[in-house]
Design a protein around this ligand. Structure first.
Ligand code: FNR
Length: 373
């Protein structure tokens, strides 16, 4: 039996899409790690819906439009970005490549992309920030104590991170059955390098009759009051990630958040939650341009970003696709994937008659008899 292949040092010619990287990544990762990466909660219905929602939505090609001088630039939270593909926070990246987050950070710098570093990154945040370079954002989970959370915020600020993302949709770990069946466990040598000493969760009790959910995990889980507090702790823009309901989006804006991330965590937390794309229009309608909206969960093609933008997103984040590219070919793979997504988006824009991201509207989605909307 042979183990997983080491990362490649050049890109084979048959790797031309995110799907190609996803297939090729199977050869580069052990089965239990793959189950952790690919799996979703429960029966993985939301996981499948995330991509199916994009496939079902059709484009409306428009011919003979002058798109000379077109581009994919945008400004977001004070940053000028070359394209709308951000790298979503994904934990424990040394599971997927020995260089982990450092490889991803290099690709992000080369491709002028925001790298949102996970709360459970396996690399010290200071090593990932390039002064004056492409922005690095830091994702946080609220800790059991405010002191601990404030410590993480100070670390992110001192390291030169330019925005925070607070992830609110995973106060407890989703039941990822695929991962459970594969017996996935984090290797002992990996550590969350930027986390404060993990405090034991003060359990309300033990034994029969005690709920592991309500009496333990949720006992110290954050509420909106904690997000209000967090936003006041920092001058950095704070994005609230994991929003699906328009009322929650409005509540996030009330806290003073700089933006929201419409996301179901890549289908990893609550199965049969809606596809992120399906949740987007109502959120966009409610926020009515008050703050930028990012979307993740299911982005696999440049055309998917186009569809999300048409329905109200400012930009998108990708999760698993860049991890596949990381496993296959490190920084080179991630940079190549980003270039591919950007080119796919440019082609989609050109063929639908959109010269700029601001030109992309719901009018560029097919509303004919075959339309699901
Ligand atoms: C994640 N995601 C995630 N989100 C977060 O806020 N903090 C984290 O540490 C992680 N870790 C993580 C690990 C793995 C293996 C995956 C696949 C995902 C969720 C991530 O930011 C993003 O929401 C989804 O990955 C987007 O869906 P796609 O692009 O994977 O379909």
């Amino acid at each position: 039996m042979t183990g997983p292949l080491p990362p490649l040092t050049s890109i084979p010619r048959d790797l031309v899409s995110a799907g190609d990287y996803a297939r090729r990544a199977q050869d580069h990762l052990p089965p239990a790690t793959l189950a952790y990466l690919e799996g979703g909660a429960g029966d993985e219905i939301t996981l499948r819906e995330n991509t199916a929602a994009f496939s079902a939505l059709k484009l409306a090609p428009r011919q003979l439009v002058d798109v000379k001088g077109g581009h994919t630039r945008l400004s977001l939270a004070g940053e000028q970005l070359a394209h709308p593909f951000l790298l979503a926070p994904v934990g424990w990246q040394k599971l997927f490549h020995p260089g982990g987050e450092l490889e991803v950070a290099r690709a992000a710098q080369a491709m002028d992309t925001v790298f949102a570093v996970s709360a459970v990154a396996t690399t010290a945040i200071e090593a990932l920030v390039v002064p004056g370079g492409a922005p690095v954002w830091f994702q946080i989970y609220m800790q059991a104590s405010r002191e601990a959370t404030a410590g993480v915020v100070r670390l992110a600020e001192a390291s030169g991170c330019r925005a925070l993302i607070v992830t609110v949709d995973a106060p407890l770990a989703g039941l990822r059955n695929r991962e459970q069946r594969a017996g996935f466990a984090l290797p002992a040598h990996l550590e969350a390098e930027n986390m404060p000493e993990v405090q034991p969760i003060p359990a309300a009790g033990e034994g029969a009759g005690v709920s592991r959910v309500f009496d333990q995990a949720m006992h110290t889980a954050p509420t909106w009051k904690d997000v209000d507090w967090l936003v006041r702790q920092t001058r950095l823009p704070v994005f609230v990630k994991g929003i699906l309901h328009p009322d929650d989006a409005a509540r996030a804006v009330e806290t003073g958040a700089a933006g929201v991330v419409v996301s179901n965590h890549g289908g990893r937390v609550l199965d049969t939650a809606p596809a992120a794309l399906h949740a987007l229009p109502a959120v966009a309608a409610r926020l009515n341009g008050a703050v930028p909206i990012l979307l993740d969960s299911g982005i696999r093609r440049g055309a998917d970003a186009f569809k999300a933008i048409a329905l109200g997103a400012t930009a998108v984040m990708v999760g698993r696709p860049y991890i596949h590219a990381l496993a296959v070919a490190g920084a080179l793979g991630v940079a190549h994937l980003l270039r591919t997504l950007r080119e796919e988006l440019e082609i989609t824009m050109a063929l639908t008659g959109c010269a700029r991201l601001a030109d992309i509207t719901a009018d560029h989605l097919w509303r004919g008899p075959e339309s699901p909307t």
